[in-house]
Design a protein around this ligand. Structure first.
Ligand code: SAM
Length: 326
């Protein structure tokens, strides 16, 4: 039975599950000083992930996206995919990655049951890529995308955060790239998180500006299917690829919210920019707690707010997106 519905009739078939906070990139807008290990943190184990997925799936979740931090840094990452893919009711297992391990592992991941990959590529200029991510690994990441196609993924989604004065000049290069490649390029509008006020003020580009350029160049907006999620998708007859715009500051962005998040420490976050997480971990240690776990999810969802308060500069408790799986 489908139970993951809130007071505003939004349905949540989609779970974003962070499996680690650790990341090996130093993206300027996320972890500019790199991940600082905290010995006290222990991330969800494979068994905890299995129980969590079972409870969500029993209530109607059909898609799980594995994220982080960098999820592929987990040694048991392939087993995590297998575990999720083997959960009755879960039909799609996606991941978001910086692509660093993709060239080597895309085929194993596919074999394990991964159905979709989003890879973050903030610039097609190797120097700018290095400047933004702190890692000189552009060519490895691009080889990873090729490997994903060879492994049988029909489409790869690419995330890019366009920033004024950094990579905003890359737009034309990005468009040329997807002319003959079946890539859905997703421009994510820079979001203000707790730790990056100044960077936001300096580099934020409004998604509406990009949208206006696309429309001017003949891109057309696809009609949104019910429960498509918050991306606005554009197509163009001359291009194999498509463009998705994710504009968290746009009016009604939250009306199409279809996702819940669980952090790598087992907290349920009803919104990326919420003030608190609901601890689930005490109910993940034993297979017999499934009923209580589902009850906690039900009660938590009753509390989900209509919208975030980003417009008012309220970034919630999120210091950066790596901490709860952006
Ligand atoms: N390590 C993986 C990766 O690089 O894709 C997954 C985690 S990362 C936090 C997920 C996505 O969040 C990336 O595409 C990244 O660009 C995006 N992101 C992180 N911080 C952001 C911010 N402040 N504004 C917009 N997007 C952000």
């Amino acid at each position: 039975m489908f139970e993951l519905q809130d007071a505003f009739a939004r349905k949540f078939q989609y779970l974003r599950l962070s499996v680690t906070d650790v990341c090996n990139f130093k993206c300027q807008y996320c972890l500019p000083d790199g991940y600082r290990p905290d010995g006290r943190k222990s991330f969800l184990t494979l068994d905890e992930i299995r129980r969590l997925a079972r409870a969500f799936a029993a209530m109607g979740t059909s898609k799980v996206r594995i994220t982080g931090g960098e999820p592929s840094l987990r040694k048991d990452f392939t087993q995590i995919i297998e575990t999720l893919a083997a959960t009755p009711g879960i039909q799609k297992v996606a991941m978001t990655t910086n692509g660093y391990r993709m060239a080597k592992h895309a085929a194993d991941w596919r074999q394990a049951g991964l159905t979709a990959i989003n890879v973050s590529v903030d610039s097609l200029d190797p120097h700018m890529f290095h400047q933004i991510t702190g890692q000189n690994r552009f060519h490895e990441v691009m080889a990873g995308i090729d490997a994903a196609f060879v492994a049988g993924f029909e489409q790869v989604k690419v995330n890019a955060v366009l920033m004024r004065g950094l990579n905003d000049g890359d737009l034309d290069r990005f468009l040329a790239w997807i002319k003959d490649n079946p890539i859905q390029l997703r421009f994510i509008e820079l979001m203000q998180t707790g730790e990056m006020d100044e960077l936001f003020q300096r580099h934020h580009v409004r998604g509406a500006v990009i949208k206006a350029i696309l429309l001017q160049q003949g891109w057309q907006q696809k009609i949104r299917a019910h429960n498509d999620g918050p991306a606005e998708v554009f197509w163009h007859a001359d291009y194999q690829g498509e463009i998705g715009l994710i504009m968290p500051y746009a009016k009604d962005f939250c009306a199409s919210c279809n996702r819940l998040r669980v952090s790598s420490l087992g907290k349920l976050h009803l919104c990326l920019f919420g003030d608190y997480g609901v601890d689930l971990r005490d109910l993940l240690a034993d297979d017999h707690d499934q009923g209580a776990l589902q009850q906690r999810l039900r009660e938590a969802l009753a509390d989900k707010k209509a919208t975030h308060f980003l417009h008012e500069g309220h970034t919630g408790m999120t210091p950066h997106l790596a901490s709860i799986g952006g």
